[in-house]
Design a protein around this ligand. Structure first.
Ligand SMILES: CC(C)(COP(=O)(O)OP(=O)(O)OC[C@H]1O[C@@H](n2cnc3c(N)ncnc32)[C@H](O)[C@@H]1OP(=O)(O)O)[C@@H](O)C(=O)NCCC(=O)NCCS
Length: 162
C-alpha cells in the first residue's frame, strides 16, 4: 500500500492519538492505556529541538508515524527513534516506507552515523523490520519496562555507518 510520507503537522494530533492508542501499538511501545487527546495536541504543537516526526498518510488520514531524536554535542552523529503503525494498517508495507524516509533523512541530510532504538524482545515483526534494514542487536536490557502486569525485556539495536 503506497503511503504519502511527510513531516508531521500540529493538526495531525487526532490521527496520531488514534495510532498510539491502538492495543497493538500501545502494547509494543512505551504508551499507557489511558492517555488524553490533550497530551498529543500539546506534544505535536511543540516539538523539542532535535526532534523530527514523519507521518504516513493513506487517503488523507495519518495511519503511522516515526519519531527521530537527534543527539547533541559529542553525540551529534547519533539518533534514536520510535515508530507505530495503526493496528488496521500493519503488514502493508507502511513501516518499511517510514523507515526508508527516516534513514534517508538521517544519513543523507543530517549526517547521522549511529541510529538506535529499543524493542521488546518478543516483538518479532519489529525486530524483523529493523534487522532487514541492517540494525543489529547490541545487548538486552532485563526488566526494561512493565507491561500488562509483568516485566518485559528489551533489546538495544543499532545501525552504524562510520
Ligand atoms: C513493527 C511495525 C512498525 C512494522 O510496520 P508494518 O507496516 O507493520 O511493517 P511492513 O508491512 O512495512 O513490513 C516490513 C517488514 O517488517 C517485518 N514484518 C512486518 N510484519 C511482520 C510480521 N507479522 N511477522 C514478521 N515480520 C514482519 C518484515 O520483515 C517485513 O518485511 P517483508 O514484508 O519484506 O517480509 C508495526 O507493525 C507496528 O507499528 N507495530 C506495533 C508498534 C511497534 O511494534 N512499534 C515498534 C516498537 S520498537
Amino acid at each position: 500500500m503506497q503511503a504519502v510520507v511527510r513531516a508531521s503537522r500540529a493538526d495531525d494530533y487526532k490521527d496520531v492519538y488514534d495510532v498510539y492508542t491502538c492495543p497493538g501499538v500501545m502494547r509494543n511501545t512505551a504508551g499507557l492505556p489511558y492517555v488524553s487527546l490533550d497530551y498529543w495536541h500539546q506534544r505535536m504543537s511543540s516539538a523539542s529541538p532535535g526532534e523530527q516526526m514523519l507521518v504516513a498518510e493513506i487517503d488523507g488520514r495519518v495511519v503511522a508515524s516515526i519519531n527521530l531524536h537527534c543527539g547533541r554535542n559529542r553525540m551529534a552523529h547519533t539518533a534514536r527513534f520510535s515508530m507505530g503503525v495503526h493496528d488496521d494498517f500493519q503488514g502493508k508495507g507502511i513501516g518499511r516506507q517510514l523507515m526508508e524516509a527516516m534513514l534517508d533523512l538521517s544519513e543523507q541530510w543530517l549526517n547521522i552515523r549511529r541510529i538506535e532504538l529499543q524493542v521488546y524482545t518478543d516483538n518479532e515483526p519489529a525486530i524483523a523490520l529493523y534487522t532487514g534494514f541492517g540494525f543489529a542487536i547490541e545487548g538486552t536490557h532485563r526488566a526494561y519496562a512493565f507491561r500488562d502486569g509483568r516485566y518485559v525485556d528489551a533489546h538495544t539495536m543499532a545501525r552504524v555507518r562510520v
